[in-house]
Design a binder for this molecule. Sequence first.
Ligand code: MEV
Length: 438
Amino acid sequence: MTKAVSGFSKLSKEEKIHWITTNHFSNPEQAAQEIKKYWNSDSDLQKLHDEFIENTISNFYLPLGVAPNFLINGKNYTIPMAIEESSVVAAASKAAKFWSNRGGFKATVISSEKIGQVHFIYKGDTKKLKTFFTTIKPKFFTDTESITKNMQKRGGGILEIELKDKTAELEDYFQLHVTFETKDSMGANFINSCLEQFAKTLKEEAKTFELFSEEEQNIQVVMSILSNYVPNCIVRAEVSCPVTDLKEDKHISQEEFAEKFIRAVKIAEIEPYRAVTHNKGIMNGIDAVVLATGNDFRAVEAGVHAYAARNGKYSSLSHAKVQDGIFTFWMEIPLALGTVGGLTGLHPLVKMSLQMLGNPSAHELMQIVAVAGLAQNFAALRSLTTTGIQQGHMKMHLMNILNQFNASEQERKEVVKHFEKHTVSHSAVVDYLQTIRK
Ligand code: MEV
């Protein structure tokens, strides 16, 4: 067993690698070589990446792909996607092409408010706390002026501060529930800085509030933090066309396709086991663009899934219908994204991804990301309700299998040609490779 290490973060990068390789690998030299193989030869670029986090030893590559032909609100986009799952970019591109011939995607930002909370304990008379809150409320704004000045210039800032009584659920528990507008930044640092100042103001002002008893003056702040639940930061993405234009597959009529597709969505609306996978497919598209544009995909994931369960039962994020002969497929989701601040100005490939999208505002990026999710969902449901998912998946996975077996260029060509007419499975590919190798 490896011994615990102290002061690890203080070691140099070389020392860290030495410690790791000698403690965790049977061939330390080879392991160190492997780790360093992924270093960038441009030392400044490497340093930039090293400093994103603590204890960096190397870079972890993910493919950056692009899905062209996304027609969104009449504008054509090439969408960057950072993802390892083999079929995602291909599926997005296919869905983009399909809808670009049918009017493209429509997207609208419905709202863009973010939430932060100061959670605190107050032991005393609730009426007095309410009076205290109303009295000091202007001070919350004045005490945060130095933080909010720049944000206000950009049209954002603190929208509302509310006092919430949560004592019915937890003894003596109250909140400052604050609504923010953060414009083009995701706003996490801005929100958290404001909240920590509110917490200080709250505690300080309570100490001298005349109506409070000694116990009431002693407000205990538990924590101050933004919420990743953003049900008022919503974007809608939609596609629609006459059912008669849905023709794509020779084995199935347009009407039958629409009917099967809508039923598949209905199943995800009522059946949580299916809804989770259905929404996972949506997140395949969303996360890939969120990651490529330097946004926080964990925050987005947490917020989206909480939203999918907002009515007390986990359900589909997307919906579909046919009305008066028109097929409509749409989704409304919460997305807290930024196009300034954070990694957006630092990571060279994030900067390139944003350039590729025409340096969008946060609102425009919300629209693009939502569309990528809807396109992904459309592609998945189209495969699932017609050919099944494995045909496309395994075709894409073929390359991974060939790489695993170090196939030569010639072998690749032969295998790909063979599997144009045969069903791909791991064992079938391995068997065929062995046959041609004999
Ligand atoms: C796989 O990554 C995503 C799907 O399972 C989504 C779905 O089932 O809708 C294909």
